[in-house]
Design a protein around this ligand. Structure first.
Ligand code: G3H
Ligand code: 13P
Ligand code: ZN
Length: 284
């Protein structure tokens, strides 16, 4: 199948009450693990690359590989820019056939975030590309925030309503207590805030930093209106954990296929676990 706009995938997920993985791709093995398992599980899927991943893989390689991968399967696949930081990067991705982009203006003042998203929605909308934006700050687990700072970084429901009305964005990433990277303790999600946002905002909501979030909390968040869930760290850890094991167990191994291949297998199992957890299996 050709790439599809992410909104097509998310509108169905929202209507039917499940979530679709926004799975970060960092190399060919990650892409293969995501696509193969999505096909086996009959699940729609969103393959996304951060700006760092695009720099590492190369934008032309990334787009070409994801397009070939999508053509080989029968489930809907969207190619999405994760945390795009500038209008320039958005245009580069659209030019390279991305079917969806995230513009992350979350560090900007509210009015500037709105203005930037409006500009992206106008450009992307003209060519049928979906736009995700972020309101509130989803930081990293290494950011040492006080309780007050943590609270202040979260999405304000009334602002979310105004933001969505004024930008006409397709999907909104919200800050409700998750962070990017590995957690030290149990991540505590602010479900009351999610409920308040859901009451005021009817577009698909996105949960970032979902690696390490407890399964029951993922399912609760989905039942309360989250329909895209971003995972990167869990796949990276599965990959590197397996590779570390192989290299430690066999100091003589040198063939990359015997090192990266099992790494890919480990990611495949993680992808399957996440797809089933989100309930997107058998929804294609
Ligand atoms: O949301 C952030 C992703 O985990 C991307 O991380 O910038 O290290 O590729 P990265
Ligand atoms: P994790 O790396 O914490 O899973 O976060 C992924 C993410 O939010 C990508 O945008
Ligand atoms: Zn993120």
């Amino acid at each position: 199948m050709s790439l599809v706009p992410m909104s097509q995938i998310l509108i169905k997920a929202q209507a039917e009450g499940y979530a679709v993985g926004g799975f970060n791709m960092n190399n060919l093995e990650t892409l293969q693990a995501i696509i193969e398992v999505a096909e086996e599980e009959r699940s729609p899927v969103i393959v996304q690359l951060s700006e760092g991943a695009i720099k590492y893989v190369g934008i032309e390689y990334a787009a070409a590989c994801v397009k070939v991968a999508a053509e080989k399967v029968t489930v809907p696949v969207a190619l999405h820019l994760d945390h795009g930081g500038s209008f320039k990067k958005i245009v580069q991705c659209i030019r390279n056939d991305f079917s969806s982009v995230m513009i992350d203006g979350s560090k900007l003042p509210f009015a500037d975030n709105i203005a930037l998203v409006q500009k992206v929605v106008e450009a992307a909308g003209a060519v049928g590309v979906t736009v995700e934006a972020e309101l509130g700050k989803i930081g990293g687990t290494e950011d040492n925030h006080t309780v007050d700072e943590r609270e202040a970084s979260m999405t304000v429901p009334e602002e979310a309503k105004e933001f969505v009305e004024r930008t006409k964005v397709d999907a909104l990433a919200i800050a409700i207590g998750t962070a990017h990277g590995p957690y030290k303790g149990k991540p505590e999600l602010d479900f009351a805030r999610l409920e308040a946002i859901r009451k005021l905002v009817d577009i698909p909501l996105v949960l970032h930093g979902a690696s390490g979030v407890y399964d029951e909390d993922i399912q609760k968040a989905i039942s309360m209106g989250i329909c895209k869930i971003n995972i990167n760290t869990d796949f990276q850890q599965a990959f590197s954990g397996k590779i570390r094991e192989i290299l430690n167990n066999d100091p003589k191994v040198y063939d990359p296929r015997k090192i990266l291949g099992p790494g890919k297998e480990a990611m495949r199992e993680k992808v399957r676990e996440k797809i089933r957890l989100m309930g997107s299996n058998n929804r294609a």
